[in-house]
Design a protein around this ligand. Structure first.
Ligand code: GLU
Length: 434
């Protein structure tokens, strides 16, 4: 395993070109620099916060079922520990790369700061195709990753969680392997999003989708609109997209379109979400061939004539090329980084309200925090206790962001970055110089 310090990395300045090259780190940096400039934070703090604190890379040899060895590239990036231990999920996907994981780690710092939970930001990723791997191969890969990162992870150091392509099953393997490596004591607080039987929290699986729905309802209330009769399109049908779609329809919002990477489906009368979830769960985790709507493309979904758009798939979906054609007047970012920074001003000028990722999808890490607290106290909350706490926390964060946006006449995204960057910079100052 090689270890590089962030200060040796070339970190691009915000780009002013309109190239469509997908670089989520550039989007993150451009919003960070805008907030840093407005706040007037020092160049010392800018230097530190514009780079990851640590990048860990490992090449993991894994025995495949056919007897061959395959080497997987794996990362763990700690963006900042200024506000607490590193926190953030682990992504298993074919397109995972270091710049993406760097961006995702930084977004975790801003996200935890916006919703006021005492964590820094981190993220992990392994370039692999989990849907094409057997359970045994995935278990060996996850255990190899945990061994490689055994001195990086820790309940007070860096706490992983699920992200795209991982779930409670992988978290169970991590807690098992980590506990074996650290003297055999059961150490559940090293990872969140675990199965209930191994110290997971009630409400964790639904937490992100529930949070997305809560902030949408909160925004509608502020706008004086009722949810009943509004329409929504949801891009992505993994944990976040499918659960958001379910909650939105339970709240009277007609979800007319859904999609995953195999394509999209449109039904003017509303997609039956429980049917779509059942279809996905019985068809290798994808919607391919779903008959509950007319087939559409992912690009068509983004520009449908709906009230609410929830991008809950990958980064860089709303671009300077398609932003002008977005017809929704409310966007809630279920995914991390679904809007390129270069599309922000187009959406702002059109008067679209965007609830930014670092606020909209924070419900997951909020309940991860409660899981960690429960593990450390050895006392477990009921589902309604978890939900009530999480709802209140994200509502409070929404109000803080909304108030700041109104006071400074900026977008919700700019306000969220102002709150987060200010908080991290203040914490850095308190840590002192070393
Ligand atoms: N992967 C989720 C996110 O992007 C959850 C992270 C966590 O719970 O630590 O926010």
């Amino acid at each position: 395993m090689s270890r590089r310090k962030g200060d040796q990395l070339p970190v691009a300045e915000p780009s002013s070109t309109s190239s469509l090259h997908s670089d989520p780190y550039a989007s993150m940096l451009s919003r960070f620099h805008a907030a840093a400039e407005r706040l007037g934070i020092s160049t010392d703090e800018i230097q530190i916060l514009s780079r990851p604190a640590e990048i860990h890379i490992a090449y993991l040899p894994v025995a495949m079922d056919d007897g061959s060895i395959k080497v997987f590239e794996a990362y763990r990036v700690i963006h900042s520990r200024a506000l607490g231990p590193g926190k953030g999920g682990i992504r298993y996907a074919p397109e995972v790369n270091m710049r993406e994981v760097m961006a995702l780690a930084a977004w975790m710092t801003w996200k935890c700061a916006v919703v006021n939970i005492p964590y820094g930001g981190a993220k992990g990723g392994i370039t692999c195709e989990p849907k094409k791997m057997s359970t045994g191969e995935l278990e060996r890969l996850t255990r190899a990753y945990t061994r490689a990162m055994s001195e990086v992870f820790g309940p007070d150091k860096d706490i992983p969680a699920p992200d795209m392509g991982t779930s409670a099953r992988e978290m169970a393997w991590i807690v098992d392997e980590y506990s074996r490596l650290h003297g055999g004591n059961f150490i559940p607080a090293v990872v969140t999003g675990k199965p209930l039987e191994l110290g997971g929290s009630k409400g964790r699986v639904e937490a992100t989708g529930r949070g997305v729905t809560t902030v949408i309802l909160q925004a509608l209330q502020r706008m004086g609109r009722r949810p009943e009769g509004l329409t929504a399109a949801v891009q992505g049908f993994g944990n976040v997209g499918s659960i958001t779609a379910k909650y939105l329809s339970q709240n009277g919002i007609r979800v007319v379109a859904i999609s995953d990477k195999t394509g999209g489906y449109y039904n003017e009368g509303g997609i039956l979400i429980h049917q779509a979830i059942q279809y996905r769960d019985t068809h290798s985790g994808v919607l391919d061939g779903f008959k509950g709507g007319e087939p559409i493309t992912n690009d068509q979904l983004l520009t449908l004539d709906v009230d609410i758009l929830v991008p809950a798939a990958l980064e860089d979906q709303i671009t300077p090329h398609n932003a002008a054609n977005v017809k929704a007047w409310l966007i809630a970012e279920g995914a991390n980084g679904p809007t390129m920074a270069e599309a922000d001003s187009i959406l702002n000028e059109k008067g679209v309200t965007v609830i930014p990722d670092i606020l909209a999808n924070a419900g997951g890490v909020i309940v991860s925090y409660y899981e960690w607290v429960q593990n450390r106290r050895g006392h477990y909350y009921t589902e309604s206790e978890v939900q009530e706490r999480a709802d209140n926390t994200i509502k409070q964060a929404f109000d803080d962001v909304f108030t700041r946006a109104a006071a400074q006449k900026v977008s919700l995204r700019e306000a969220a970055y102002l709150i987060a960057v200010e908080k991290a910079a203040r914490a850095l100052r308190m840590h002192g110089k070393y």
